[in-house]
Design a protein around this ligand. Structure first.
Ligand code: C2E
Ligand code: MG
Ligand code: MG
Ligand code: MG
Length: 292
């Protein structure tokens, strides 16, 4: 009967949920060893100036490779790291790695690096000072660092929001720029713009990629509006997940300054980024689907 079938489906679903929970519990346990075991690495994706194709910055993206060579995607382990609190230690490691890499990337190539920072990290009243210490230890100016935050930063509580804003302000007072990541997807993105000290909007990939390719009037209107808002507020805009030349051309035509995406380059180890920078020629355009 239908009822019986429904019951069975529910049982199957329940077992799947249970299996996923077990797997997640194992991942959280593994994550604690992974940091000490050196299983994490930072990859960099170039951010280019659309008008010239010059690499001006790079986004640091965390990678986790298990001893057996398999990789776990950030979308799978970062939410778990957030829930378990492991993101604070892992994020601290990412920042230390980035500041060390910046001593070459910034001093030799004038690059800035943009780093994803979790709401948990910003809740630590010593966060900003720890970042400034890392910058100083590596003789890197604050202007070489961009901190990316998402809307989760202020959601948690009023106390956290005050601490987080203060941390961001301290960083900004020292030249560090603040970017709002995935802009256009959060229900309260506009509220963040009003409350937080912000320098850069990162226009979410899901928001730009396919739509702009079609050139649909309504979709272009949203992109134009974000770019216009950016201009009025004196912010820079980085378009994310640009996958084709058509998208890059349209964004350039619409006045968007900066972009990143598979059309330009995939995230890769720092050595690959340095190779691209040292060639000094035009930026190698890597086709979608190719592996770096
Ligand atoms: P995000 O910060 O929005 O990063 C951009 C994501 O888009 C990256 O996924 C990048 O590999 C991917 N991407 C780049 N170009 C393209 C493109 O042309 N098309 C498409 N479809 N995707 C593209 P990734 O590396 O898997 O990271 C996923 C998310 O994990 C990041 O999204 C960020 O929210 C989070 N994350 C990554 N590293 C860190 C980290 O060190 N700390 C924290 N807290 N979060 C991180
Ligand atoms: Mg990001
Ligand atoms: Mg993003
Ligand atoms: Mg994202």
């Amino acid at each position: 009967s239908a009822r019986h079938q429904g019951g069975k489906q529910y049982a199957v679903y329940d077992a799947a949920v249970h299996a996923e929970r077990l797997a997640n519990t194992q991942l959280v346990a593994d994550m604690h060893h992974a940091l000490d075991a050196g299983e994490f690495s930072v990859h960099y994706q170039p951010v280019v100036e659309l008008a010239t194709g010059d690499i001006v910055a790079a986004e640091a993206l965390l990678r986790w490779t298990r001893p057996d060579g398999t990789s776990i995607p950030p979308m799978q382990f970062i939410p778990l790291a957030e829930q378990s609190g492991a993101i604070v230690a892992i994020g601290g490691w990412v920042m230390a790695q980035v500041c060390a890499d910046l001593s070459t990337l910034h001093h030799e190539h004038g690059l800035s690096v943009t780093v994803n920072v979790s709401a948990h990290q910003l809740r630590d009243p010593k966060f900003a000072q720890s970042v400034l210490d890392l910058l100083r230890q590596n003789d890197v100016p604050g202007s070489a660092l961009i901190v990316e935050i998402t809307e989760t930063v202020l959601i948690t509580s009023v106390v956290d929001a005050a601490t987080s804003t203060e941390q961001l302000q301290t960083l900004r007072d020292n030249g560090v720029r603040i970017a709002i990541d995935d802009f256009g997807t959060g229900y309260s993105s506009l509220a963040y713009l009003r409350q937080l000290p912000v320098d850069i909007l990162k226009m979410d990939g899901s928001f730009t990629a396919e739509q702009i390719e079609q050139g649909a009037a309504k979709d272009l209107a949203f992109i134009r509006t974000i770019l216009e808002l950016s201009r009025i507020l004196g912010l820079q805009t980085i378009a994310e997940a640009v996958e084709t030349a058509t998208q890059a051309d349209r964004l350039n035509g619409l006045g968007c300054d900066l972009a990143q995406g598979y059309h330009f380059a995939r995230p890769a180890p720092v050595a690959t980024l340095l190779d691209a920078l040292r060639q000094r020629g035009p930026l190698p355009v890597i086709a979608v689907g190719s592996v770096v």
